[in-house]
Structure formats: structure tokens, C-alpha cells
Design a protein around this ligand. Structure first.
Ligand SMILES: Nc1ncnc2c1ncn2[C@@H]1O[C@H](COP(=O)(O)OP(=O)(O)O)[C@@H](O)[C@H]1O
Ligand SMILES: [Mg+2]
Length: 333
């Protein structure tokens, strides 16, 4: 794969492009002018909290609903005027899986093969190949109703792949999955791009997921893209990482606040928030400084930037649906 970014941006065609997409439901503005450009063979993540408009964006780009204004092209085809061509090139895996719980995994795949007009023989071959690739061969003859969430999601993705789409929309592919299943899913998504050069448009509420998978990330907030870039570019804009020290008395807290110039003390909770990247050298420096000065902290916790930090930094407020309703984070800012 070419690594020079200037090369890939000039030679790769856009798999997905959109300008000025708008959508309202009644008097509620859901998308307020979205512009996107996603080169072929890349993973793009649309990051945003619940209700940000992620699914609405996917629905417009995949021709399920129409935009009120703006244009979008998928593999060069207009979603509004050439929806059939768009549909032939895309696969969509939604939050509400298309799998039928009363059928077996194999039957679900064969049904999909039928929908794509594969011959019986080709359909069976394709189903077997996908079951093997997704490590579902042993469960192939079991009713999907007995599947775990992770197995269901894998089958859902496998079903999307039956038609060999070149552009795949994954709407929150790992929401609700345990960490292990999430990692398996990430591996499968990565392989799709590496082995087959497909383009992936995924939505997620998790910064970590976007970080792990995406070439480029756009942050959606209240219907607008408030930031766009690589994970590293975004992180540089999000100085949310910090170390938090817990003290048992105010004297030590005040002394520590004086010691670390950039730190923010919270007198009520007796905590001190020290900006930093949470790396070992940074932690060591903090501990050494405390040691040398004889300041005693009771405990230490490391915080890396999360979606709350992204939103706080980019929009100056908490996301619409806070991930941690009881979080005291604001108190120290
Ligand atoms: N069919 C609909 N009718 C009315 N409101 C809708 C409809 N679909 C979505 N919305 C509203 O649009 C906003 C964005 O929804 P959605 O795109 O599903 O967000 P996300 O996928 O980021 O959670 C929400 O406030 C939601 O209630
Ligand atoms: Mg959604």
C-alpha cells in the first residue's frame, strides 16, 4: 500500500462525497450542512454521541431517506437521482441487525445469496467461505436466537458481504459488545480494507474505536461537523489527558497545586488535576516531584481523553447525552 499521503489523496477517487447535506424532522434540525470526502480504500469514522445525527447521515448516504438539501455521491453516483446504482455498490450494517433469529446462520446467509441472485452452488460456496472467515462454521446450523451479541454482529457483517459491496456502512458496529467481541470486530473490519480494499464508513460513540480503525475521523455535534482529521490531529486538539491526585487534607493539596503550575485544584473533593498524556515518564515525573517535596497524595488516577473531552474541547460543553451522568469532571475545569 502506498504510504505517502500526498500520493494517495491525489490518485484515489472519492468513494463517498457530500456537500451541504441538510435534514430536519418537523422543526428539529438534525443535519445542518454536512460536507464529506472519503477516498476509496479508507476507513472513515463519524464520531458523535447519541442523537448527534449519525444514523440519519448513514440513511441519506445509503439512499434509505432523502436529504432536504445538499448532494451526495457514492462511487460517483448521485444518491438522489441514481439510487439504484448506489444500492448496487453498497452494503449497510445497521444498529438493528437484519438477521432473522428464527433461521440458522447458514440459512440467513443463503437467503442473502438468493437476494443477490447467486446460483445455489455459488450461494453455498459464499456462505461457507464467510462462515469460516468469521469463525461461525461450528454455529452455522444453530438458530441465530441462541447467538451472543458478538456472534450476531459478525453474522450481520457477513450478510452484508455476500453481495461483495465495495463501500460498506457500519452504523455503530460494536455498541453493546463486550471488549473481546469488540476487538474481534475491529480485526474483521481492518481485514476488509487491507485484503479487499473496500471503503468503510462507520459511526461510533467511542473515541477509542475511531482511533483504532479510522484513517480520518469527523466529529458530529448537533448536526454539524465540528472537527475533522486523523486521530493524531484530533488528539492534538484535545488536551483532555490528565492525572488526578486525591489528597486527604487541604495543606497538601495547596502545596501540590503550587508545585504543578498548570494543575487545577478542587478544594471540595480535595483533588488536583494535572494535564498530561498519562505516559510512564509523565507519571514518574509527577511522583518524583511529590517525593522530593514531601507532599503526600492518597491516590492517583490516570485519565486519557474520551468523548466527553472531545466535546468539551470542541464545543465548550458536555455532549447531549453524557456518558457518565454522575461525573464530577466539570468541577475541576
Ligand atoms: N424518523 C425520525 N423522525 C423524527 N425524528 C427523528 C427521526 N430519526 C431521527 N430523528 C431525530 O434526529 C436526531 C438524530 O438522530 P440519529 O441520526 O438517529 O442520531 P444518532 O444515530 O447519532 O444517535 C435525534 O434527535 C432523533 O430523535
Ligand atoms: Mg444511531
Amino acid at each position: 500500500m502506498p504510504t505517502a499521503p500526498q500520493m494517495s489523496t491525489t490518485t484515489r477517487a472519492d468513494a463517498i462525497s457530500a456537500t451541504g447535506l441538510r435534514k430536519s424532522y418537523g422543526d428539529k434540525m438534525v443535519l445542518d450542512g454536512i460536507d464529506l470526502r472519503i477516498p476509496e480504500g479508507t476507513i472513515f469514522a463519524l464520531l458523535g454521541p447519541n442523537g448527534a445525527g449519525k444514523t440519519t447521515t448513514v440513511e441519506i448516504l445509503s439512499t434509505l431517506i432523502s436529504a432536504d438539501a445538499g448532494r451526495a455521491r457514492i462511487a460517483g453516483h448521485d444518491v438522489a437521482s441514481d439510487a439504484d446504482s448506489v444500492r448496487r455498490r453498497i452494503g449497510v450494517t445497521g444498529q438493528f441487525a437484519a438477521v432473522d433469529g428464527l433461521l440458522t446462520a447458514e440459512e440467513n446467509l443463503l437467503l442473502m445469496a438468493d437476494l443477490h441472485h447467486l446460483s445455489r452452488r455459488e450461494g453455498r460456496r459464499r456462505a461457507a467461505e464467510l462462515l469460516a472467515r468469521f469463525e461461525l462454521t461450528e454455529a452455522a446450523r444453530k438458530n441465530v436466537a441462541t447467538f451472543s451479541g458478538g456472534m450476531r454482529r459478525k453474522l450481520d457483517l457477513a450478510m452484508t458481504l455476500v453481495g461483495r459491496p465495495r463501500i460498506i456502512f457500519l452504523d455503530e458496529p460494536t455498541t453493546g459488545l463486550d471488549p473481546r467481541s469488540r476487538r474481534v470486530m475491529w480485526g474483521l473490519i481492518r481485514d476488509l480494507v487491507t485484503d479487499q480494499g473496500v471503503t468503510i464508513f462507520l459511526t461510533t460513540q467511542y473515541l477509542e474505536e475511531a482511533d483504532q480503525l479510522a484513517d480520518r475521523i469527523a466529529v458530529l455535534d448537533h448536526g454539524k461537523l465540528v472537527a475533522e482529521g486523523t486521530a493524531d490531529e484530533l488528539k492534538r486538539r484535545i488536551p483532555g489527558g490528565h492525572v488526578r491526585l486525591q489528597f486527604t487534607d487541604e495543606t497538601h493539596l495547596t502545596a501540590a497545586a503550587d508545585l504543578f503550575g498548570t494543575a487545577t485544584p478542587d478544594d471540595e473533593s480535595l483533588t488536583l488535576r494535572i494535564p498530561g498524556d498519562g505516559t510512564l515518564p509523565h507519571l514518574r515525573a509527577v511522583l518524583d516531584a511529590l517525593d522530593t517535596t514531601g507532599i503526600r497524595a492518597e491516590s492517583l488516577t490516570v485519565h486519557t481523553p474520551d468523548l466527553d473531552d472531545v466535546f468539551l474541547t470542541l464545543t465548550g460543553r458536555q455532549p447531549a447525552a453524557p456518558a457518565h451522568p454522575n461525573s464530577q469532571k466539570d468541577a475541576t475545569r
